[in-house]
Write a protein that binds this ligand. Structure first.
Ligand SMILES: N[C@@H](CCC(=O)N[C@@H](CS)C(=O)NCC(=O)O)C(=O)O
Length: 201
């Protein structure tokens, strides 16, 4: 059985969990207590030398990096509606998944970490404000995109799963989604997809 090393507060682990649910794949979830430093122990670094969750174990095959895990699962359990063999649709899915990893998560997820988890005297001066400027620029791009289309690509896909968690959680990092009505409408569309499972913590 597939194993997913995760934590209930991790948006990156939630991506894998959401896709596994939507694919109706049974898996074993293993909580790694990142707040107690379990991910830095040797037994975990053997799985992921970068010492981060999520990690997916499929037999003796190990995968880390949340968006790569989405591509792996979508390919392994194809055909399914969440990925496409069409080169243009596949390319667009990859484009938005990379945009998520390079432009959404580094700003929205890091702002959440600084605001919600890190002791405030350890947050570098001006860091949250800078993340808000960069993150709001990303949200404006998405709001414009969702004004024209329901999902990131032609249909709901792993691109939406890759981008959804830290957008849905961005209020915890001090962002205000009220400014982005099309992004909020997209969140509702994602939450209305088949077998959707909510982020709970
Ligand atoms: N690029 C990685 C980022 C993973 C990541 O930052 N995971 C966080 C939890 S959401 C973590 O393990 N943090 C512990 C740490 O960095 O010490 C991915 O997408 O999987």
């Amino acid at each position: 059985m597939i194993k997913l090393y995760e934590h209930p507060l991790s948006g990156n682990a939630y991506k894998a969990k959401l896709l596994l649910h939507q694919l109706s794949v049974k898996y074993e979830g293993i909580t790694v207590d990142i707040f107690a430093g379990e991910h830095k122990k040797e037994e975990f670094s053997v799985l992921n030398p970068n010492c981060k969750i999520p990690v997916l174990l499929d037999g003796d095959f190990v995968m880390w990096e949340s968006n790569a895990i989405l591509f792996y699962l979508a390919k392994k359990f194809s055909p399914n509606p969440y990925i496409s063999d069409d080169p243009k649709i596949y390319g667009s899915i990859a484009q938005w998944a990379f945009f998520g990893k390079t432009t959404i998560d580094p700003n929205l997820a890091l702002a959440r970490y600084f605001v919600k988890f890190l002791p405030q005297d350890q947050v570098p001066a001006g860091a949250v404000e800078k993340l808000h400027v960069q993150g709001n620029a990303a949200l404006a791009i998405l709001d414009n995109h969702f004004f024209q289309t329901e999902f990131l690509c032609e249909n709901y896909s792993i691109a939406d799963i890759a981008c959804y968690p830290y957008i849905m959680l961005c209020g915890e990092g001090g962002f205000d989604l009220e400014q982005y009505p099309s992004v909020r409408r997209w969140c509702a569309s994602v939450e209305g997809t088949e077998n959707f499972v909510a982020f709970t913590c």
